[in-house]
Design a protein around this ligand. Structure first.
Ligand code: C2E
Ligand code: CA
Ligand code: CA
Ligand code: CA
Length: 275
């Protein structure tokens, strides 16, 4: 009886339209998406508050699925990690970013471009080798955004790999600071030059009592550790004004620009948005 129930539930789980069936289909499609040229990047600038100039940009991956339409990373990055496709996807992203950086350089803009690195990849020596080889060969100015949570899994290996990245000139930024597990013990061990305050705190900066305190102390902490601070999720002039007073170094968010395709981003760079 137990076996029959199990068998039935397996059959049910694989029926068309069930979550498990969708996941299998999606996993297969994801495996082919890069080869089918369905992945593309959006770029979002980070602006330096005091210098009033574009400091760098972040690449964010999107999937133009033939039938599902535009799929955002929240809906496929976890799956890509699960089916071990995040390595190939991230190496593809890095190659695309290096090519786009050359286009931007030809326009006369010298810009570091950051990509997001899943925690899984900080333990992957083959990924580390390939990523460093790409950055070296392209003489590219690249940054990696990592979360602290990804370091906690196997700190010794992760920190060693981050040091290898830093040694080839890759700028390390700590992403989503404050959103997950934070550990001051790791924070000071990481070769990170930048700390990004999670948009969770930034978006309610001017409407909450606690968030301004958290943001201000995070900025002070980062500066004490000789890191620059970026606030992400800056949507209003009021938030920008407050962050400026608090000494935040860089801002990123819809107020300045949404993430946009390379052609729109090149136009954005040619215009002067910051005066
Ligand atoms: P993230 O790295 O924290 O990126 C910031 C997310 O906030 C992006 O969502 C961005 O579009 C959005 N955002 C930017 N400014 C604002 C704002 O002012 N207001 C609001 N409400 N949102 C804003 P997106 O593009 O959907 O990316 C979601 C997450 O997916 C990213 O979070 C990142 O963790 C992950 N991701 C994106 N691309 C990659 C990738 O190539 N590899 C990996 N491993 N993860 C990626
Ligand atoms: Ca990020
Ligand atoms: Ca973030
Ligand atoms: Ca995030």
């Amino acid at each position: 009886e137990q076996a029959r129930i199990e068998q039935r539930s397996v059959v049910r789980d694989l029926s068309v339209g069930s979550p498990a069936f969708d996941k299998l289909t999606l996993a297969r499609e994801l495996g082919e998406a890069i080869a089918n040229r369905e992945m593309f990047l959006h770029y979002q600038p980070k602006v330096h508050v005091r210098r009033r100039e574009i400091a760098s940009a972040e690449a964010l991956v999107r999937w133009q699925h033939p039938t599902r339409g535009l799929v955002y990373p929240g809906d496929f990055i976890p799956l890509a990690e699960e089916i071990r496709q995040i390595g190939p996807l991230t190496l593809w992203t890095l190659e695309r970013v290096i090519a786009d950086q050359n286009i931007i350089a030809a326009d006369g803009h010298d810009l570091t471009i950051f990509i997001n690195i899943s925690g899984q990849l900080l333990g992957d020596a083959a990924f580390v080798d390939r990523a460093c080889a790409l950055v070296r060969a392209g003489e590219a100015k690249i940054g990696f955004e990592i979360t602290e949570t990804s370091v906690i899994r196997d700190p010794q290996v992760a920190i060693a790999h981050l040091q290898i990245f830093a040694d080839v000139g890759i700028t390390i930024a700590i992403d989503d600071y404050g959103a997950g597990l934070s550990s001051l013990a790791y924070l000071k061990q990481l070769p990170a030059r930048e700390l990004k305050i999670d948009k969770l705190f930034v978006m309610q900066l001017t409407s909450s009592h606690r968030d301004p305190l958290i943001v201000r102390s995070t900025i002070d902490l980062a500066h004490a550790l000789e890191m620059e601070v970026t606030a992400e999720g800056v949507e209003t002039q009021a938030a920008l004004a407050l962050l400026t007073v608090m000494g935040c170094d860089m801002v990123q968010g819809y107020l300045i620009s949404r993430p946009i395709a390379i052609d729109a981003f090149r136009k954005f760079l040619l215009e002067d948005h910051l005066e």
